[in-house]
Write a protein that binds this ligand. Structure first.
Ligand SMILES: Nc1ncnc2c1ncn2[C@@H]1O[C@H](COP(=O)(O)OP(=O)(O)O)[C@@H](O)[C@H]1O
Ligand SMILES: Cc1cn([C@H]2C[C@H](O)[C@@H](COP(=O)(O)O)O2)c(=O)[nH]c1=O
Length: 211
């Protein structure tokens, strides 16, 4: 029986790596898949992992109809046994409903990967709909860690290392890019206290005045 599975976790916990591994393993057994992504950090039409793996993907746009994409591939003689969807937090609720329909009406396995919540701890629309509709939600086994060593459960947006709580929900970025605006994964305790690595270091070195 086909399934809609949502593999979820914080940023930097290995979701894109797993997406590429799942595609590889299914393809190695002769199954045919389609790969989709949206707003990957490395650019359009691809899935990239921090381990260096990268693959071509169909870019999802607001107007993309995932049901129609699969029907179109099939009408061109290309079987589709499974679909991999990365950065699924950025998909719309309609996209997720199209994915559920692929599972239920065409018996296609759908493996979706994404973060659940934004920098304000609010669910992304795509992730919320996936949690509502998925047959299974899987939390990745590899844990990303807060600077304190505890399991990271939340994503913080940072400007010059300091956590911010205002801004657009979608700002494509990385956890370790050196860019002014970036992201840091934190445990809930430190997310609630807005305590990033930079903030914590300043506190221990008595440089609180910098904060
Ligand atoms: N140099 C490295 N050596 C070993 N593992 C690494 C290295 N760089 C990144 N990783 C692994 O890759 C993970 C991030 O993978 P990625 O698929 O890009 O994450 P996500 O898609 O969840 O943001 C990290 O949690 C870490 O386990
Ligand atoms: C928390 C948060 C993240 N994003 C963006 C930043 C990245 O481009 C992706 C997550 O990618 P990853 O492969 O899981 O690291 O999401 C955002 O736009 N808004 C946010 O609040």
């Amino acid at each position: 029986m086909a399934e809609l599975v949502f593999f979820s976790g914080t940023m930097d916990c290995g979701k894109s790596t797993l997406a590429l591994q799942m595609d590889h393993n299914h393809a190695a057994r002769g199954r045919e898949g389609l790969i989709f992504s949206r707003n990957d950090r490395a650019g359009s039409d691809r899935i990239s992992s921090r381990l260096g793996l990268e693959a071509l993907a169909h870019e999802v746009h607001d107007q993309t109809d995932l049901w129609a994409e699969v029907m179109s591939a099939r009408s061109q003689g290309r079987p589709v046994d499974y679909v991999v969807c990365d950065e699924a937090q950025f998909y719309s609720t309609e996209h997720v409903e199209q994915l559920a329909r692929l599972v239920d009406e065409l018996e296609i396995d759908v493996f979706a990967f994404g973060i659940t919540a934004d920098f304000r701890t609010r669910l992304f629309p795509g992730s919320a709909r996936l949690i509502e509709l998925a047959d299974r939600v899987e939390v990745l086994q590899v844990q990303s860690l807060c600077w304190c060593g505890a399991r990271a459960t939340h994503n913080a947006r940072t400007v010059d290392g300091l956590m911010v709580v205002e801004g657009e929900q979608v700002v494509v970025g990385d956890t370790d890019s050196g860019a002014v605006v970036g992201y840091e994964v934190l445990c809930r305790r430190h997310h609630m206290r807005r305590m990033t690595e930079v903030t914590a270091r300043a506190r221990t070195t008595g440089e609180d005045s910098l904060l």
